[in-house]
Design a protein around this ligand. Structure first.
Ligand code: ZN
Length: 285
């Protein structure tokens, strides 16, 4: 809807939109809407073996696009080459895998497409402990946001969800940080361990605070505070995550075989449309 709105209402300024969907689910609705369009490039990184539940996952036809998150679905007609699925199989994916995918596919594609606006389907269910089974940590979302910001385009992140409600603020905070400053690779090594007791404790805390949370945060009829001083009614400032060097770990980068396979498949599919993409050079159509 946002993409349609931008193209419709700001057509004099906005002609090309890039949508990056890093949610664990395939961006099947977005794919379906813009499948024939060369005005919208859709890049979806998702867990292919689970989501969406078996819908057309084995289709090899690029015309049967509904619900299909495979690499073969590259778009149709004018939209050929503008639908990029990055399917991941299995659950062991970490920050390093997403970093690799961004460095090799997402950012080079974005540079070539050169959009006027970037929208992010910002779902956080790739977080460790969430439904995707991935092991992402909150800083990766700040890192990815920062990478997109570095494109120098207008951009917006749209919250898609995530199922660990108590962890969402951490991810969102990192995204906010990525919107305002450079988030370097080193943050990806910051430890993020969740254990059951922590989770339970946070769930309880959330439930206990739920009512006051909604009173404070979502009561639109409340009178605005008349003074600027913090009298307890004004919302606290958003604390940004500490910058850099929380934990300095070694420079190891472990990328899964599944990630490499997926990247190679996408490069092969997209090579003829985006000749500058492949590190192996341009192959013929
Ligand atoms: Zn999702």
């Amino acid at each position: 809807m946002a993409a349609k709105g931008l193209l419709g209402s700001f057509s004099d300024e906005i002609d090309k939109i890039l949508i990056i969907d890093w949610d664990v689910h395939h961006g099947n609705g977005t794919q379906s809407i813009f499948y024939d369009s060369n005005q919208v490039m859709m890049i979806s990184i998702h867990r292919y073996d689970i989501f969406p539940n078996g819908c057309g996952c084995n289709s090899s036809s690029s015309s049967s696009n509904d619900g299909n998150g495979g690499v073969d679905c590259i778009g149709n007609g004018d939209g050929e080459g503008y639908n990029v699925n990055i399917p991941l199989i299995g659950s062991e994916y970490t920050n390093d895998d997403f970093k690799h995918i961004f460095n090799i596919l997402v950012i080079p594609l974005a540079l070539q497409f050169n959009p006027d606006f970037v929208l992010v389907s910002a779902g956080f269910d790739g977080l460790k402990g969430d439904v995707g089974g991935f092991s992402l940590t909150p800083p990766i979302f700040g890192w990815m946001t920062s990478q997109i910001r570095n494109l120098g385009k207008r951009m917006a992140l749209v919250l898609e969800g995530g199922y660990k409600i108590q962890s969402l603020p951490k991810c969102v905070k990192w995204c906010l940080r990525g919107l305002v400053e450079e988030v370097g690779d080193e943050v990806l090594e910051i430890g993020y361990e969740r254990d059951e007791s922590e989770e339970e404790e946070e769930e309880n805390k959330f439930e206990k605070n739920e009512n006051s949370l909604f009173e404070d945060g979502f009561n639109f009829e409340q009178e605005p505070s008349s003074s600027d001083d913090n009298n307890g009614n004004s919302p606290p400032p958003i604390p940004l995550p500490p910058s850099t060097s929380l934990e300095e770990e070694k420079d190891t980068c472990f990328v899964l075989e599944g990630t490499i396979q997926s990247i190679i498949q996408v490069l092969e599919k997209m090579d003829s449309f985006w000749p500058g993409l492949s590190p192996f050079g341009n192959h013929s159509k």
